[in-house]
Design a protein around this ligand. Structure first.
Ligand code: SF4
Length: 293
């Protein structure tokens, strides 16, 4: 893995109320090797060259140490927005693990989204973070065979649910990002029902869904190439249905209703303010977190 120069690690977030109550963003790596066919982060506008090649920020941990020490306002740090921080190199380099140790040391909280079961390795640190922990697994399909096609270089959906169960049983606040819902591929009522059921069985406290696939320069080409390879005829259907639209939502209108009904059935939170309130309430100390759960 290559290392690239970095000046800063932490960035202030202006959208915390819309995204899990985070106050800061942090990307320890650049690029992501998981190969999800729908990944918005490979769009041209983000200017990440060679997106599939992971690079780590040189001296990232030293920079983060300095930045956390200097911050007057504590808060929750979001990890995983532009790159899954649990990539295969993390196993060896433990950059995320070292960063989490600093997050705990300086009294910050953490919000992580991942598709990798490597996250389980850091359970011991998560349980020591007192200022709020929310751990999200992105799951787009309940079928492992399909997940191997649309998210080819990361563990399959069932492994993510197993990891979620381990973290939940350790008393941590976990849930599912059911996003994106991919038109004509994963937007069936059965798929939505099954993901929500498996989330519940795995100890999830919430399921959050954000809608359809986003397509713009570079990402659209990548997505269509994958459709041509794995889903014959679907590119033409997308072109006909969505043209050059950026957001491509499911045409199946039942999906939203099914999503809400199933979350309610299992007592899972699905509205952003409720999710934020619940995990922040649970994050005032690990003992209290256990009591609340
Ligand atoms: S894990 Fe996230 S950042 Fe990585 S390829 Fe998939 S969608 Fe993109």
């Amino acid at each position: 893995m290559d290392f690239i120069p970095a000046k800063t690690i932490l960035q202030k977030s202006a959208h915390g109320d819309r995204w899990f109550g985070i106050d800061y963003n942090m990307n320890l790596y650049k690029g992501c090797p998981h190969g999800c066919i729908y990944c918005d982060s490979r769009s041209d506008c983000y200017r990440v060259e060679n997106f599939d090649t992971v690079r780590a920020k040189a001296n990232g941990i030293a920079i983060l140490d300095r930045e956390l020490q200097a911050k007057k306002k504590k808060g929750v740090i979001g990890i995983g927005a532009m790159s899954d921080t649990y990539n295969p190199f993390e196993k060896q380099y433990e950059i995320t693990r070292k960063a989490l140790t600093l997050v705990q040391k300086y009294g910050f909280g953490v919000s992580i989204e991942t598709k990798s079961d490597l996250i389980v390795r850091d359970t011991d640190i998560f349980t020591k973070i007192n200022a709020g922990v929310i751990l999200k697994f992105t799951v787009t399909t309940a079928e492992d065979e399909l997940s191997k096609i649309i998210e080819p270089h990361v563990c399959e959906s069932s492994a993510r649910f197993r990891a979620m169960k381990i973290l939940s049983e350790a008393g941590l606040f976990t849930g599912t990002l059911l996003s994106p819902v991919i038109p004509f591929i994963t937007d069936t009522e059965d798929n939505i029902r099954e993901i929500i059921r498996l989330s519940y069985k795995s100890g999830a406290k919430f399921v959050w869904s954000m809608g359809g696939v986003t397509l713009r320069e570079n990402q659209r080409t990548y997505f269509y190439d994958k459709l041509d390879r794995h889903f014959k005829g679907l590119r033409e259907q997308y072109e006909k249905t969505f043209g050059n639209q950026y957001v491509c939502n499911s045409l199946n209108r039942n999906v939203t209703q099914v999503f809400k009904e199933e979350c309610q059935k299992y007592g899972l939170l699905y509205k952003m303010p409720d999710i934020i309130r619940a995990y922040k309430k649970s994050g005032t100390g690990f003992e209290q977190l256990n009591l609340w759960i």
